[in-house]
Design a binder for this molecule. Structure first.
Ligand code: AMP
Length: 117
């Protein structure tokens, strides 16, 4: 997809610090890490958001979670990790190409937002 930064990363047209790549997915370090380990896992195929997942493309999402499990072992996340998908305006999605944040090596907070008053 023209003008999609993550499509360009997937195609190798702009640089990224890749930790994993296969035919369907790429994983690379986030530019603005929110934890000692912060990797983004994306499908190479352009899927705009989690709202666009259906029977025709859910296979790559299953594969992404297999890759996340493998990366968690390779990156030393035996104590656990968090996977985050921000979706749409309320979800504060800033890049309109489906991606899963893999965050680890620190204790995460919950809930991830301040209570509404
Ligand atoms: P989200 O807010 O869930 O859409 O997350 C987008 C993420 O992409 C943010 O954490 C950004 O820091 C990250 N990001 C944006 N551009 C790049 C890039 N060129 N390389 C690595 N991470 C990026």
């Amino acid at each position: 997809m023209a003008d999609c930064i993550f499509c360009k990363i997937a195609a190798g047209e702009i640089p990224s610090n890749k930790v994993y790549e296969d035919r369907q997915v790429v994983a690379f370090y986030d530019l603005d890490p929110q934890a000692p380990v912060h990797v983004l896992v994306i499908p190479k195929e352009h899927i705009a958001s989690a709202q666009e997942i259906g029977p025709e493309n859910s296979g790559v999402v299953a594969h992404i979670f297999e890759v996340i499990a493998e990366l968690s072992r390779e990156l030393g996340l035996e104590k656990g990790f968090r996977v985050v998908n921000n979706c749409g305006e309320d979800g504060m999605q800033s890049v309109q190409h489906l991606h899963f944040h893999l965050l680890g090596k620190r204790k995460m907070g919950w809930p991830p937002f301040p209570p509404e008053r």
